[in-house]
Design a protein. Sequence first.
Length: 260
Amino acid sequence: MLLVADVGNTNTKIGVFDGQRLLVSWRLTSRREQTADEYGLFIEMLLQTRGIRPAAIHGVAISNVVPPVHQTLEWMCDQYFGRSPFFIEPGVNTRMPLLVEAPREVGADRYVDAFAATAKYGPPLIVIDFGTATTFNCVNDRGEFIGGAIAPGIATSVEALVNRAARLARVELARPKEAIGRSTTTNLQSGAIYGYAGLVDGLVGRMRAEMGGTAQVIATGGNAGLVADAARCVERVDEHLRLEGLRMLYEEAHPVDPQR
């Protein structure tokens, strides 16, 4: 079995694959101060709740955008699974062409999204990841990553607004029935959801035009469900896109593994 981990600034998503089948996944809060033992013991506990023995894990693939925890994750894998993890490093151990000014600056999360979506749906496409930041990742019709855009995430934007406006309180991020809010709560929800959908549609419209107008749009990430229905451009939501991408990249880098 393959253990995959997508370590983000806000959440860490863990998954276990048996061949190409995703058996189980969990979404956890990311903590930079967490030790290797805390990571290892907690993941062991999660596996045991589903009847998966740590000894059954033959490999580990990780996408990490939090540099301070890189060594911690490496130690955890060595100590608890007896494996050296396969870290995704764009421009180093990846093969999708990166037609950008600094390939090594491309986030591992963005690369995995672009690679997985291209493999599953075919180019050209725009993958939108709704997380702490919202990233727009563009792949041209030749299957080359050509860049994109980074915007503040929807939850990040609302949090910043509430923190700067004394009379505004935190509200549930939910789609209101109408764009015209009738209360402070629905005003905030409308601005967050429909306003953000307008940002997404506007930016995708510009990108599609620059790409020839035919790119399909795939959404993923923890907050995709909040915006996907409101944004007219989104054609598909793929909840586990990055986990599947980690599996694909691991298998590509390890074509023959005698311990599987």
